[in-house]
Design a protein around this ligand. Structure first.
Ligand code: 6GU
Length: 239
């Protein structure tokens, strides 16, 4: 996969050189190109914003630098066109399902807005997706892009050491994951649940399913409505 990121703060994307995403880049599974939007300004002050029509606080990003940037980036690989993502708190909610969908794309372009956002005309002209990472407001789209790209990168073929770990994720079956433990078996007086040390894989699977269900019931009851529940699952929840 190739991912281009357009921002006025390229340094904000430096974490994409680290850890799992950095390794995916080293292996060639993911190619990330970060671009400074100001490279597509033409005035001496390299202006990217202006006052909002209709009044109100803050500034709005002007359409011309965005259109010039996206035109040039889109033309950099003739014969294919990128999926253009605009992270914005006014977008549709990001989810594991959307991460899976984006992970199937060969080429993504992220447009990181700042201030009060990007002029709606250039968003309408270019964006395939406007995505929010949650119900709170960030100062710009850069951190949201980091979030989305990390969620997508770990789904790319060969990125996770154990591809089962992606399938086991919280949300992949619509439930939160069960708690996890490692050594020591007793830490500050707290024991690892005996079933996990029993060697009985069937019992471990049942325990994990029950913990998932109970956790989801307490923390995210909204998820249960959409989950695919067996009679045994319902018995756990009713207990
Ligand atoms: Cl994608 N951008 C900004 N600026 N704030 C957000 C967001 C995105 N998602 C939630 N809050």
């Amino acid at each position: 996969m190739r991912a281009d990121v357009v921002t006025i703060f390229p340094a904000y994307l430096e974490p994409l050189g680290l850890s799992l995403v950095g390794k995916a880049r080293e292996r060639g599974t993911l190619e990330v190109r970060t671009h400074d939007l100001r490279a597509w300004t033409s005035d001496v002050h390299r202006t990217v914003d202006d006052a909002p029509y209709g009044g109100g606080p803050g500034m709005v990003m002007r359409p011309e630098p965005w259109d010039a940037a996206l035109t040039e980036i889109a033309a950099s690989r003739p014969g294919s066109r990128p999926r253009v993502v605009v992270p914005t708190p006014a977008g549709v909610p990001f989810s594991q399902r959307r991460a899976q969908e984006l992970a199937r794309e060969p080429w993504l372009v992220f447009c990181c807005g700042r201030y009060e956002g990007i002029d709606a005309r250039v968003v309408d002209a270019w964006a395939d997706d406007e995505i929010s990472i949650g119900d709170y407001v960030l100062a710009g789209g850069e951190v949201a892009t980091l979030v989305i790209l990390e969620a997508v990168a770990r789904l790319l073929p060969g990125v996770l050491g154990n591809s089962a770990s992606a399938e086991d994720d919280s949300f992949s079956d619509g439930l939160l994951e069960a708690p996890v433990y490692t050594r020591p078996p007793v830490w500050r007086g707290a024991e690892v649940p005996a079933v996990l040390r029993s060697g009985d894989h069937g019992a471990v699977d049942r325990w994990r399913r029950a913990e998932s269900l109970r956790r989801t019931l307490h923390r995210r009851p909204d998820l249960l409505a959409a989950a695919d529940l067996s009679a045994a699952d319902r018995a756990v929840l009713d207990a």
